[in-house]
Ligand binder design. Structure first.
Ligand code: NAD
Ligand code: UGA
Length: 449
């Protein structure tokens, strides 16, 4: 099959960068990224590349080259479906907040809506690709939804999970550790897999493109995230023991990571992991295990979340304890709101929880993040904090626009994101709580006694 036209439903952190890189590497394929969020599409089409909706190092250069050539952003979902041979679904799959599986299972409403729209609109055969992270056996449901099509269209459903990490998305896409494609072991299934593999083969070495059955592919994505998060919770749990015993968690990570069977990555102790996926994907895994009656397995993975909550809480409590259990009237500078450096994303950022606890203990907060806007910070507070009303909070919480206006002489500073710019600030006379282990000395640093 000669693929010349593809589209992606969902122009978010995955759909945008992934399709931009496919367009860059495959100039003969027309790539259309569509979204129902008009504001997002307008930002993707903005002349000023600093206004793209997502901050990712290297992204604007890729968009600059491909946009208008063979990369297009649009709100016309139906037209894109009709015109494309392949349709990637990269919509959000948050944790369910209602009904069966509430608080654990992935909410598949957005994916199901996409599938329904594809079924209603398609008049020619399509390859439908699960790019979103989905529970194992979702392809079954998608096929069921697609079967409502009445125009005799044949749909092939593939799983092609995305493994990019925010902040390094473009490099991750250029040099993926692996590309995973799951498909059915039928004639048409194999042809669809081959068509997708042919796209990635334009820049990914053949030996890094792994083909499996659909269920292995779907489950590998959840399992990969769970294993990565498990390493962080493992080292974070040990950071508490380091603080009791005089061991230094950085030395521990180095010593452990030098064993080539373990490896050095994802052993950085921190205030806890954040981001839109680790927590939701593990909760989803826990739900699936319970669904299949595997209580012990569910409990095992749930511990990863519990340690992460414990770590965020422990960090905030250290600050509160330093001031004798009460922060009333204490001014605390918060450095970083994003869940990690080099992204403007703050979904599930540990900063949200830590700041809520500090605020409840009486603190006055002055927050600075180089990439997360004031609006996003207040919208996180509104959304995540219990019973908060942003307007009432503004007397107690301020967000600074520039690093030059930081006042480090106030009662304490807490580092919550490892932005490079924070490493060179002079904290020599300050009370500093380092939640990211970026300073050589501080009042308190995770895992140092
Ligand atoms: P996102 O929220 O940034 O983007 C999803 C987009 O889909 C939104 O812009 C939304 O408006 C759009 N959308 C939802 N329903 C739609 C519909 N019916 N039609 C058109 N557009 C629709 O989400 P994301 O971070 O890009 O994640 C997407 C998926 O990829 C999730 O399943 C996530 O778990 C997975 N994933 C994310 C990352 C990451 O780093 N963010 C990495 C790997 C995998
Ligand atoms: C993660 C995975 O790394 C990606 O492979 C996956 O595709 C993605 O989730 C997803 O499915 O969404 P991401 O969440 O963007 O990517 O970023 P990570 O680099 O994994 O960091 C996640 C969190 O863990 C951050 O808060 C980070 O600060 C924290 N972390 C990471 C640590 O605390 N210690 C570490 O050693 C590494």
């Amino acid at each position: 099959m000669n693929v010349t036209s593809i589209c992606c439903i969902g122009a978010g952190y995955v759909g945008g960068p992934t399709m931009a890189v496919i367009a860059l590497k495959c100039p003969n394929i027309k790539v259309t990224v569509v979204d129902i969020n008009e504001q997002r599409i307008t930002a993707w089409n903005h002349e000023d590349l600093d206004q793209l909706p997502i901050y990712e190092p290297g992204l604007k250069e890729v968009v600059a080259e491909a946009r208008g050539r063979n990369l297009f952003f649009s709100t016309d979902v139906e037209k894109a479906i009709e015109e494309s041979q392949m349709i990637f679904m990269a919509v959000n799959t948050p944790t369910k907040t209602y009904g069966e599986g509430k608080g654990f299972a992935a909410d598949l409403t957005f994916v199901e809506k996409c599938a329904r729209q594809i079924a209603e609109v398609a008049t020619s055969d399509k390859i439908v690709i699960e790019k979103s992270t989905l529970p194992v056996r979702t392809a079954e449901k998608i096929k069921e939804v697609l079967s409502i099509n009445t125009k005799g269209v044949h749909f092939e459903v593939l799983s092609n999970p995305e493994f990019l990490a925010e902040g390094t998305a473009i490099q991750d896409l250029f040099k993926s550790d692996r590309v995973l494609v799951g498909g059915d072991d039928t004639e048409s299934g194999k042809a669809a897999v081959a068509a997708l593999v042919s796209i990635y083969s334009n820049w990914i070495p053949k030996e890094k493109i792994l083909t499996t059955n659909v269920w292995s592919s779907e489950l590998s994505k959840l399992a990969s995230n769970a294993m990565l998060a498990q390493r962080i919770s493992s080292i974070n749990s040990l950071s508490a023991l380091c603080e009791k015993t005089g061991a230094d968690v950085e030395e521990l990570s180095k010593a452990i990571g030098m064993d080539h069977r373990i490896g050095p990555k994802f052993l950085k102790a921190s205030v806890g992991f954040g981001g839109s996926c680790f927590q939701k994907d593990i909760l989803n895994l826990v739900y699936l295990c319970k669904y299949y009656g595997l209580e012990e397995v569910a409990e095992y993975w749930y511990q990863v979340i519990k340690i992460n909550d414990y770590q965020k809480d422990r960090f905030a409590q250290k600050i509160i304890d330093h001031f004798g259990g009460d922060l009333t009237g204490k001014k605390i500078t918060i450095l970083g709101w994003a869940f990690k450096a080099n992204t403007n994303d703050s979904r599930e950022s540990p900063a949200i929880y830590v700041n809520e606890k500090l605020f409840k203990a009486g603190a006055i907060l002055e927050i600075y993040d180089p990439m997360v806007s004031k609006e996003s910070i207040f919208s996180d507070i509104d959304f995540y904090w219990e019973a908060s009303k942003t307007e009432d909070l503004k007397a107690w919480i301020s967000v600074l626009d520039s690093i030059s206006t930081l006042d480090l002489s106030i009662d304490a500073t807490a580092i919550l994101t490892e932005w490079e710019a924070f490493k060179s600030l002079d904290f020599s006379k300050n009370v500093v709580f380092d939640g990211r282990g970026i300073l050589s000395s501080s009042t308190y640093s995770i895992g140092k006694g």
